[in-house]
Design a protein around this ligand. Structure first.
Ligand SMILES: NC(=O)c1ccc[n+]([C@@H]2O[C@H](COP(=O)([O-])OP(=O)(O)OC[C@H]3O[C@@H](n4cnc5c(N)ncnc54)[C@H](OP(=O)(O)O)[C@@H]3O)[C@@H](O)[C@H]2O)c1
Length: 235
């Protein structure tokens, strides 16, 4: 049976991806730092073969232990991000918080790649973001991390071949992340964003789940960045 390891699978688009794969009758391992969040997510998923495992993607030992737990898997997808302190004007930059953001979005995928040969049979997919192309003031840290991911997938695609390595770059997507970024303004912020996009709506977790599945399963796609952003880079 096809098995996908999803780091960040306890919430947001990672959780929707897990649901889509279980519906197809596949196996998933969902991983993140918070055991309670993972258990809650697992209980909300369709019936099927789902395992949970805590990991801090920025910690090499924990990443190694994660693969020890899963054994060989077909696909790895990371959607992990922690936005606390990641959206600050450069004038107020906190180097520790900036490093944390880079650790999760860039170092973490490098660690996943380091231990992938022999354990990951087909693909590694990393989640980037539109702001590498359409930055806004206050978003320099995340924009830089997302841009680095685009370079990273090209480098890894040649270095850890035949494992295929790609990025999916979302635009605004209605996920749990916006509870933390917008709080009570969430609904107003998302509808304002929808009006600015060519497609007239923000993304849904399902839009991204479809992209993760397509990219990870297409045997002729590697070193690519697939933009799933409703045209956000264009406006
Ligand atoms: N939603 C959007 O509008 C949007 C736009 C552009 C790009 N993106 C990108 O899309 C991806 C997914 O976003 P989302 O909206 O689904 O976010 P989300 O709901 O906040 O999910 C992020 C997940 O990452 C996990 N995580 C955080 N730090 C971790 C760490 N150190 N180790 C392991 N897991 C960790 C979190 O779980 P724990 O807290 O339990 O660890 C959480 O489940 C991110 O890379 C984000 O930058 C999102």
């Amino acid at each position: 049976m096809t098995t996908t390891l999803i780091i960040g699978g306890g919430s947001g688009m990672g959780r929707v991806l897990a649901a889509a794969l279980l519906t197809r009758g596949e196996s998933v391992v969902i991983a993140g730092r918070d055991a309670a969040r993972l258990e809650h997510a697992a209980a909300s998923l369709p019936d099927g073969d789902v395992r949970t495992r805590t990991v801090d993607l920025a910690d090499e030992t924990r990443v190694r232990e994660l693969y020890d737990f899963t054994g060989p898997v077909d696909h790895v997808v990371t959607t992990a991000v922690d936005v606390s302190g990641a959206y600050l004007p450069v004038a107020g930059l906190d180097p520790r918080l900036a490093r944390d953001a880079f650790d999760i979005k860039v170092l973490g995928p490098l660690l996943l790649a380091k231990y992938a040969p022999g354990l990951v049979k087909e693909s590694l997919t990393i989640t980037a973001g539109f702001n590498a192309h359409r930055p806004a003031p206050g978003g320099a840290v995340i924009a830089t991390a997302n841009g680095a991911i685009e370079a990273l997938v090209r480098a890894l695609a040649v270095e850890i071949a035949p494992i295929r390595v790609n990025a999916v770059s979302p635009g605004w997507v209605d996920t749990d992340l916006w509870d933390r970024l917008a709080g009570d303004d969430r609904a107003a912020r998302l509808s304002g964003m929808a009006a600015r996009l060519p497609v007239g709506r923000v993304g849904r977790g399902e839009d991204l789940a479809e992209a993760f599945i397509a990219v990870s399963r297409n045997g002729f796609t590697t070193g690519s960045v697939v933009h799933v952003d409703g045209g956000q880079r264009l406006v």
